[in-house]
Design a protein around this ligand. Structure first.
Ligand code: PHE
Length: 517
């Protein structure tokens, strides 16, 4: 006998958890910069179109499939056709790889939170003298190259332990606890963002920052690269392509509204990105004013923004040493809360996949995964960690797009997609129909293939991401490093998908039997 499936305490918890997954570091350190460099206010047009034509349709697809099939990604695909189970495992392998380094970014945030808390008592920050140098040389103790690995950096190691203990504790018991946790991890960062926003709006120069963020440059809209940036940002941001939304939705009863839930998730996520942009750019505007530089001179994205530019801006704030320390504490607490629910959603996706297939309890699966992720993450906690993180992150983004191409293709062409349409429409407020089917069958696969493999057209399109990487390499790293951190994990994820599909499972037989009863 199979135990009955775990359930959310209510649909609201599911939506909140999906929002928590979607809203992550990317909203804070990626969206504002992509928007700013992609035409400012004008970027909102391609972004919105990307959301409507690909982001929301795919999110609806993942959620409704998981709900309809009552399984994580592998079981869901298996119910379409046994050999497609492989796609589910592939998605989860990609998700698992992300957890290895996402956990390390959480660890850095723990460390910076700790430095900021110390600042509350001492009135000074360790990075005060030279924030960029502090981040690279004192915090990361960065070495001279990807293969120059000498040691584990202990503060990161400790942060990593804290991260994985939290994740384990949150998900080990199933989604009821997850529901309680997201009740805190979703609203609190939002409130912090508002506090940061109000404390930044009156600073000198903040309006210049916001003007730089939103000043519309409509000429950029004729550049296909900007459109592609918009689609890429939407996918990563909505957490589609990692197999986790199937898992979350599989803990909903079959008869429950789903398409509006997907739409709400998407808008909550994108709205948060938009607001985060105001915070980031008003601080950048202030920072530029103090340094007598331009906003362009200080704007950046990724770890550099959060762990170097921001700390520097904070130490220059006019709120006094202790006031500034409070802002720093708020900022890093916010990042931790933003990131943690994205991280555990990824783990939950993988845990669900394994728990569906193997005779292991949820607790056992979670424990195994957290331990593996912790150890796998250690490479990113070494003195060469940032370099590997950079490489792995770059490649993994292609895997997620590739997973989505295959998903759309299989659901659109290798199965009767109208069954899914019927499932969605029988429960949902927002009905889908021909347009949605067209997007899944044609538009999304073709567009994503261009994003991945499109040939470069001089002066117009810089070429699909994979083609560019093959032609130009990346970031000045050696080919060895790119193979080990980039291409090999990419292929390995597919191979793992195949291997896991091949393993026979008694539980699957039982699960499909109870289905037919
Ligand atoms: N959507 C998250 C962000 O914007 C990142 C993420 C990706 C989370 C994949 C989970 C899965 O930061």
């Amino acid at each position: 006998m199979v135990e009955s499936r775990d359930r959310w305490s209510g649909r609201g918890f599911f939506i909140l958890a999906a929002i928590g997954s979607a809203i992550g570091l990317g909203n804070f350190w990626r969206f504002p910069y992509v928007a700013y460099s992609g035409g400012g206010g004008a970027f909102l047009i391609p972004y919105f179109i990307a959301l409507i034509t690909a982001g929301i349709p795919l999110l609806m697809l993942e959620m409704s499939m998981g709900q309809m099939m009552q399984g994580g990604a592998p079981l869901t695909f298996r119910k379409i056709k046994p050999k497609f189970e492989m796609i589910g495992w592939w998605a989860l392998a990609v998700g698992a790889i992300i957890t290895y380094y996402y956990g390390v970014v959480m660890a850095w945030s723990f460390d910076y939170l700790w430095y900021s808390i110390q600042g509350l008592f001492t009135g000074e920050f360790p990075w005060a003298e030279n924030p960029g140098g502090f981040f690279l040389h004192e915090h990361l103790e960065i070495s001279n190259g990807a293969f120059d690995i000498n040691k584990i950096v202990w503060p990161i190691f400790i942060g990593l332990i804290l991260t994985w203990l939290s994740v384990y504790w949150i998900i080990k018991k199933g989604v009821v606890r997850v529901g309680k946790v997201v009740l805190l991890t979703v609203p609190i960062p939002f409130v912090i963002i508002l506090i940061l926003l109000f404390s930044s709006l009156n600073l000198t120069g903040s309006s210049n920052g916001i003007a730089a963020y939103l000043y519309p440059d409509f000429a950029k809209l004729s550049d296909p690269n900007i459109w592609i940036a918009a689609y890429g940002q939407v996918f990563f941001s909505l957490s589609v392509g990692f197999g986790l939304m199937y898992a979350y939705a599989s803990y909903l009863p079959k008869k429950m509204e789903i398409s509006n839930a997907a739409t709400m998730t998407a808008f909550a996520n994108c709205g948060t990105s938009f607001i985060a942009g105001f915070v980031v750019f008003s601080f950048l505007g202030y920072f530029a004013a103090v340094k007598a530089s331009s906003v362009a001179g200080v704007a950046s994205a990724g770890p550099g923004l959060v762990f170097s530019v921001y700390p520097q801006a904070i130490s220059l704030l006019p709120f006094g040493n202790y006031g500034n320390a409070i802002i720093a504490v708020l900022l890093f607490a916010c990042l931790l809360l933003l990131g943690i629910d994205s991280l555990f959603s990824l783990v939950e996706g993988v845990a669900t996949g394994l728990h569906d297939k193997f005779s292991l309890t949820k607790k056992q699966v979670t424990l195994i995964l957290c331990v593996i992720s912790f150890f796998a993450g250690l490479i990113f906690a070494t003195d060469a960690g940032l370099l590997w993180l950079d490489i792995v992150d770059k490649w993994i983004n292609f895997s997620l797009v590739a997973v989505s191409v295959v998903t759309a293709f299989v659901v659109g062409w290798k199965w009767d997609i109208w069954k899914l349409v019927k499932h969605i429409n029988s429960n949902s407020i927002i009905k889908v129909g021909k347009t949605w089917v067209f997007l899944i069958r044609w538009f999304i696969p073709i567009l994503l293939l261009i994003i991945l493999f499109g040939p470069p057209i001089p002066g117009i399109y810089e070429g699909g991401g994979v083609i560019k990487l093959m032609l130009e390499g990346y970031g000045g790293y050696s080919q060895w490093a790119l193979w080990i951190g980039g291409w090999i994990p990419t292929f390995l994820a597919v191979v793992l998908g195949y291997v896991f599909m091949k393993i026979r499972s008694k539980r699957y037989e039982e699960l499909t039997e109870t289905e037919e009863e």
